[in-house]
Design a protein around this ligand. Structure first.
Ligand SMILES: Cc1cc2nc3c(=O)[nH]c(=O)nc-3n(C[C@H](O)[C@H](O)[C@H](O)COP(=O)(O)OP(=O)(O)OC[C@H]3O[C@@H](n4cnc5c(N)ncnc54)[C@H](O)[C@@H]3O)c2cc1C
Length: 394
């Protein structure tokens, strides 16, 4: 083992957490910064794809993740008239293939508990900029840190560090639609291994994803999400909650009893999505990983997956060369194709599920079902779902 570099990791979300584990394992000296005073999970739960699970396996956390989460075997979505739009089974890709529903709390706790130096994380430190020398960081209180041999920017979709290097940014925009979401007790919900969705044209989408256990509460849980235009998310109030129940009654009456535990709009978290494309994730001694490098709409359920894959690929690149500059050349090559495929796919697919383009809903509802039954197209769709699509040609 070589290295032993002094590395700053900015942001302790999935990307920063996984990077901390991989890079600590390689013997580097880490300083981890997190803006939250008490780092913790944000949001409800998510679907982890087989590729992301393989990264957890590499970290020795596979069994714990399986014990905490819920195996997802199938994705099923239909429109309001009961017409099936999507029906994909992981087992049709490979017999032992499945996704894992996990609460954000479960993944956060799993990764934090595995990190021996979690007590040393510099919490409440909002890193604002990278100094002109590319080796120091400055926080919002003006304090300067460094020099670092490497800066890992893992500060999420709204990355401030990305703003320090505007020349890297090829594309950066906020989607007009987002979602509200929360965890709900699964109670007697019968579809314990299925991600279910209901679509009302392209303007309404409801999802229920079984996500297993929470570290802080008993029972089994579901992630509930409801798609909304951005301005309605920002203004989600009591009246909006009443409207939400009315719409669920129309679109998916079977799901309505699950909403009984939602008393106030504040129980629902608000999420807006960004579409970010960098020319390259590396600038000097700084490398961008996770949403900071490639925020995308969560339509394909790949963001956490990508964050874990990035951290793993970065560790592999650093292990491959004693020269840090040379190692940093390897990283973009390792991730370029995979990231580009999912960025494009999520950009193309999102309006089919979240937009005001009603004609697209008709097109989607007519084509997706038959496409999913054609062996070649089905194989490609399953590969995309499982996070394994790495090029257009293969
Ligand atoms: C509604 C919704 C559903 C989703 N569903 C899925 C799914 O099913 N599957 C999936 O794989 N992905 C899903 N995603 C995407 C996924 O949540 C993200 O891609 C993933 O969390 C990105 O991880 P990250 O570590 O890059 O960023 P984050 O999780 O955003 O972490 C960034 C961290 O950096 C910290 N930070 C930010 N700025 C600073 C600063 N200046 N200084 C210090 N610290 C800072 C933040 O506090 C945070 O802790 C979903 C997203 C949304 C919104």
């Amino acid at each position: 083992m070589h290295g032993r570099w002094h590395i700053a990791i900015v942001g302790y979300g999935a990307a920063g957490q996984a990077a901390s584990l991989f890079l600590a394992e390689q013997g580097h000296r880490l300083t981890v910064f997190e803006q939250a005073a008490a780092p913790g999970p944000v949001g409800a739960g998510f679907l982890l794809q087989p590729t992301g699970l393989s990264v957890l396996a590499r970290l020795g956390l596979h069994e714990q993740a399986l014990a905490q989460g819920q195996r997802i075997e199938r994705l099923h979505g239909c429109n309001v008239s009961g017409h099936c739009v999507m029906d994909m089974r992981y087992a049709d890709h490979a017999a032992d293939c499945f996704g894992l529903g996990l609460t954000r709390g479960s993944l956060f706790t799993l990764l934090r508990d595995a990190y021996a130096d979690s007590a040393q994380i510099r919490t409440g430190a909002c890193i604002e900029t990278i100094d002109a020398d590319g080796r120091h960081l400055r926080d919002s209180a003006g304090e300067r840190y460094g020099p670092f041999d490497l800066i890992v920017a893992a500060d999420g979709a709204h990355s401030r560090l990305r703003a320090s290097v505007p020349q890297l940014v090829r594309r950066q925009r906020t989607y007009p639609w987002g979602a509200i979401w929360c965890l709900l007790p699964a109670e007697k919900w019968p579809y314990h291994d299925v991600l279910q969705q209901r679509y009302g044209g392209t303007r309404e989408m409801i999802g229920l994803l079984p996500v297993g256990r929470r570290p802080d509460r008993d029972g089994r849980w579901l992630t509930f999400y409801f798609s909304l235009p951005g301005e309605q998310i920002d203004a989600f109030d009591d009246a909006a909650l009443v409207r939400l129940r009315e719409r669920v009654t129309v679109l998916w009456p079977e799901a309505l009893p699950l909403l009984a535990s939602i008393g106030v709009p504040q129980q629902l978290q608000r999420a807006r999505y960004r579409d970010v494309v960098l020319r390259t994730p590396v600038q000097g001694r700084t490398v961008f990983i996770g949403d900071a490098a490639h925020a995308m709409s969560p339509q394909l359920g790949q963001g956490v997956n990508m964050a874990l894959l990035d951290a793993h690929a970065l560790a592999d690149a650093l292990a491959a060369s004693d020269d840090i500059e040379a190692a940093l050349q390897l990283y973009p090559r390792a991730r370029r194709h995979h990231v580009a495929v999912y960025q494009r796919l999520s950009r193309w697919l999102t309006p089919l599920f979240q937009s005001e383009r009603d004609g697209l809903a008709r097109l989607r509802d007519i084509t997706f079902g038959p496409l999913g039954r054609m062996p070649l197209a089905r194989g490609q769709m399953l590969k995309i779902l499982a996070g394994m699509k790495t090029s257009w040609l293969r």
